[in-house]
Design a binder for this molecule. Sequence first.
Ligand code: ADP
Length: 256
Amino acid sequence: MTTQWGEFAATVGTRATAMRLDSVTKTYGKGDGAVTALRGISLDVPRGTFTAVMGPSGSGKSTFLHCIAGLDQPTSGRVFLGDTELSALKEAELTAVRRERIGYVFQAYNLMSALTVKQNITLVARLADKIVDEAWLSEMLTRVGMHEHVDRLPNQLSGGQQQRVAIARALATRPDALLADEPTGALDTRTSQDVLRLFRQIVDEIGQTVLMVTHDPVAASYADTVLFLADGQLAGQLDRPSPSEVAERMTRLGNW
Ligand code: ADP
């Protein structure tokens, strides 16, 4: 008989993998003009953790994020979301996985200006002909502190509030992974901290897996693990580092 404790213990013992890269390479172009952006990256991202990715400009961060997000296919190697091999899917299947199992948050909030907060958040579900889970939606809106603003349009909100709506939208489908590309890049220091605390909360309280590309050592210090990329390769990691430890490591990796 499997007891609840047994299941819990089994989960703790073998923490499931949310995302996995297996010897991923990515080369753009061919012949003399070819540029290799990723050079054999292997990596496990455990479920329910917050990972930050940092590296000098041109180190491969965007390419890495695009490959892990299924937005771009690697030249060789394999990319997994849970047990699903993204690198083996056809475009239509990949589109469905991207829409339903991955949430995205960008530096520019990318909200639809003619739609209210609620309409923005439910758009993906409605496009996929899915029933909107009102209870989940309500919890997300409360969590991100936007419950009172559901009928507002994006231009009636501050930058920080718009990013909170974008985070609620990314969580609406209960994705396996939330991927964030410089999510605080357009925000002032205080608002950035609010958004980063929100990421930390959704990891700690609802077990959401979050992976964030950033150039900001303070932002990275909110993560459980900071991965460093240099010249298309993993160049080390730090667990729960301080901003100054991250900055010091970045300085050693080159110009950022
Ligand atoms: P980062 O996000 O760390 O700045 P990128 O992933 O954007 O790094 O780029 C890594 C390398 O790949 C760079 O040398 C860049 O010029 C090159 N690169 C990125 N995208 C393309 C592309 N679409 N075509 C050709 N080269 C590219």
